[in-house]
Design a protein around this ligand. Sequence first.
Ligand code: SAM
Length: 450
Amino acid sequence: MNADLYAKYDIAAPRYTSYPTVPYWSDAEFPAKKWLTHVKRAFTADPYISLYIHLPFCESLCTYCGCNKHITKNHAVEHPYIEAVLKEWKMYAAALPGKPILRELHLGGGTPTFFHPENLRFLLENILQDVDVPEHRDFGFEAHPWSTTEAHLQTLYDLGFRRISIGVQDFDEDLMKLVNRSQTIESVEQCTRQARATGFESVNYDLIFGLPKQTLAHIRTDAHYISQLRPDRIAFYSYAHVPWLKRSQCAYSEADLPTGAAKRQLYEAGRSWFEADGYAEIGMDHFALPHDALFKAMRDGTLHRNFMGYTPYKTRLMIGLGASAIGDTWDAFAQNEKTIADYQRIVNEGRLPIFRGHCLDAEDQRVRLHILHLMTRYETGWTAEEREDETLTAALARLEPLMADGLVQIEPFRVRVTPEGRNFLRNICMAFDAHYWRKQPEGKLFSQAV
Ligand SMILES: C[S@@+](CC[C@H](N)C(=O)[O-])C[C@H]1O[C@@H](n2cnc3c(N)ncnc32)[C@H](O)[C@@H]1O
C-alpha cells in the first residue's frame, strides 16, 4: 500500500450514487407535475421499472448510522406509514400510461424488518397487483439480524424476494456495543441459515471498515466468519463520518477512528482475505462469488449503479416511495420529504410529497454516464466529436496529475483506471464533476474519500 498516495488523495469527496450529487441539485422546489412528466416519458421509453421503498423505523439507534431513520419502539407507527406509502404508489400507478414491469424492488431503511410480516405482505400485495413481475428480477430487502424472523423470510419469499442483505457491520460483539448495536454472531448465523433454508438465492452481508476502535484483528475475524458462512455478496463500506449531519456520530471520540492510510489498510486486508476466499471485487466497495448475478453483470459489462448501490439490472425509471426516497428517470431526480410527519401529511392531502429535484441537462447526462462507466467498468470512452466537449477537456486536464501518480491511463478515446487507481475511484470520478469544479462547497458536505 502506498501511504503517500492515501495521504494525498484523502480529501472530502462524494460517493457518486447520483450525478449531480444532491448538494448540487438545482430545484429547491420541484413541482410534482414536472416530475410526473419525466416519469411518464421514462416509462414510455422503457416499461421495466425499479421500485425503492424506504421503511424508516428502527427500534434502537446505531450511533454510526448515516441513514435517514426514526427511532421508536412504538409499532403503532407501522399502519399509518404503510397506508401513506400505498397512497403514494397509487398516485404513480394512476399516472403511468400502462402496466409497469417490475424488474427491481428494494426495501431499504431504517429497518424493513421492524415491520410486522403481515404489514409488509399487505403493502407489497397491494403494489404487486398493479405490476407485472418478470421471471428475471431482483427483489431484495435489508434485514437486521436481530429482528428478522422466519415469518419475515417466508412472507417476503412468497412475494417473490430472492435476495436478502443482512446488516452485519462487524462480527465483534464488543465493537458493536460501542456503537450501540445489539447483535450476536449467532443471530447473523441463524438469519443466514434460515434465509437459505427458505430459498433465498443471494445473501449479502453489509460490513463497514473504519468504525471506532476497529483494527486489523477485527477485519481478520470478519473474514473468518465470511469464510464459514459464505454470503454470496459482501458490501464492504467505508465508514462515512459526517457528524455535522448525524449528531449520533459524536457519541464516540474521533481519536478512536482509523483514518487515512490506517483506515485504508483495513479495506486492503479485508479485500485480500475475501479474494483468497474466492470473492471478486465489484466496483468500489462490493464483492461477489462467481455464481452471483452481480459478478456475472460485471463480467458481462452490464453492471449498473444507482441509489441502492451496485445492481445487475438497469431500468430507465426508478420510483422511490416513502420518506426521503429518491426517484430517477435518468434525465431527472426527485426526493421525497424527509420527515415522516411531512411525508404522511402531504400524501394524505392527495399530493406527491416531493420537496426537491434536479433536471439533468445534456452536460449532466454526459458526465453522469462517464462516472457510471468509471464506477462499473473502470473505464470510460468518447468519440472524436465528443472529445471537442469543453467539459471533457477540463476533466482530462484534471486527470493529468492522477495519471502521473499511476491511477489512470489516458488514451486517445478513453480513460482506463489502473489496478492502483481502483482504490481512488471517488477521486477519479471527481475530475469529471463539472458542478463541483464550477463552485466548490463552502461548508462540509462529503465524507473523506479514503
Ligand atoms: C439501512 S442500513 C441496514 C438495515 C438495518 N437497519 C441494519 O442495521 O441491519 C443500510 C446499511 O448502510 C450502511 N451504513 C449505515 N451508516 C453508515 C455509515 N455511516 N458509513 C458507512 N456505511 C453505513 C450499513 O452497512 C447498513 O447495513
